[in-house]
Design a protein around this ligand. Structure first.
Ligand code: NAP
Length: 279
């Protein structure tokens, strides 16, 4: 029987844990499929997506910088990827390629590992890129009571306000946008239950915390989507204050598990994958 193919497309992808995760899950469930990461540049994207229509294709993940660009080559989108304009999972169905965004669900699933439920919580999220938008849409659909987006006041600020208005009108959640560098950031953090860093600040060795430590209080749960390093400067200052802190490690696991289920109809053997790669 022919082996089905799954891919991660993006650039860079060499460091990704996804092939190991999915190949272990395929072999555990005796699914004849193989997952491979391929480095894809912008000018190669259309051709790669076309090849998915011809191949023995089971599904793909999409990562930076293609989460938005890929949309124009797909046939349909689920509600989260439509509202967030971000696709991290492609699923073939009846000769069509359908885009999904599992980042938001993966993040919210990861919180349950720490007994955190976002229902009726006030959330402040730093950044408004693909991962942030997927989390915002999912949190709004899952009945967070309020979401404040703090982002730089640059050319995409108005687009973020438009996005916030669209999600507010589609869900029961109030979403507003503030300038990350304005004086209301501290008060906005103070009125929130959960703070999420969805910017890349904290990944590099010499990065300092994205916000001053004095803006935090010990009651707030502080999350960072970054998992390498596992303790970013933001999480370190939150830990020092005694806050509950959560990094992006299990988001990676659970967004992958959601993709796996969309491709195969089977639950990923989470505990086996977790024990092997996430302990
Ligand atoms: P993205 O689409 O490039 O968005 C990045 C966001 O960060 C943008 O809103 C950008 O602001 C903001 N930003 C960048 N530099 C900034 C700075 N100096 N000050 C303030 N804001 C800044 O990236 P993404 O895909 O959403 O990823 C964001 C982070 O999440 C990355 O660290 C990524 O590794 C991580 N991530 C983790 C997982 C996981 O499974 N754990 C999954 C996805 C992403 P502008 O809007 O102003 O440009």
């Amino acid at each position: 029987m022919t082996t089905k193919k799954a891919y991660l497309i993006g650039s860079p992808v060499a460091h990704s844990l996804s092939p190991k995760m999915h190949n272990l899950a395929f072999s555990q469930l005796k699914i004849n499929a193989y997952y491979e990461a391929i480095d894809v540049q912008n000018d190669e994207l259309q051709e790669i997506i076309q090849s998915f229509r011809r191949e023995n294709f089971i599904g793909a993940n999409v990562t930076m910088p293609h989460k938005n660009n890929v949309i124009k080559y797909l046939d349909e989108l689920d509600i989260t990827s439509k509202l967030s304009s971000s696709v991290n999972t492609i699923v073939p169905k009846d000769d069509k390629l359908i885009g999904f965004s599992t980042d938001g669900k993966g993040f919210i699933d990861s919180l349950t590992t720490y007994d955190v439920n976002i229902k009726e919580k006030k959330i402040l999220i730093l950044g408004a890129g693909g991962a942030a938008k997927s989390i915002i849409v999912q949190a709004a659909l899952d009945e967070a009571s309020q979401i404040i987006i703090a982002k730089r006041k640059n050319s995409s600020y108005q687009d973020t306000i438009n996005f916030a208005n669209t999600v507010t009108n589609t869900t029961n959640c109030t979403i507003k946008v503030i300038d990350i560098n304005s004086s209301i950031l501290e008060a906005s953090i103070n009125e929130s239950d959960i703070l999420i860093n969805a910017t890349p600040i904290g990944m590099k060795e010499n990065d300092t915390s994205i916000i001053p430590a004095k803006y935090l209080n010990h009651n707030i749960i502080v999350c960072d989507l970054i998992y390498e390093p596992n303790l970013t400067p933001l999480l370190k200052s939150a830990n020092d204050l005694g806050c509950k802190t959560i990094n992006g490690k299990y988001m990676l696991l659970y967004q992958g598990a959601r993709s796996f289920e969309l491709w195969t109809g089977n639950k990923m053997p989470i505990e086996i994958v977790k024990a092997k790669f996430f302990s």
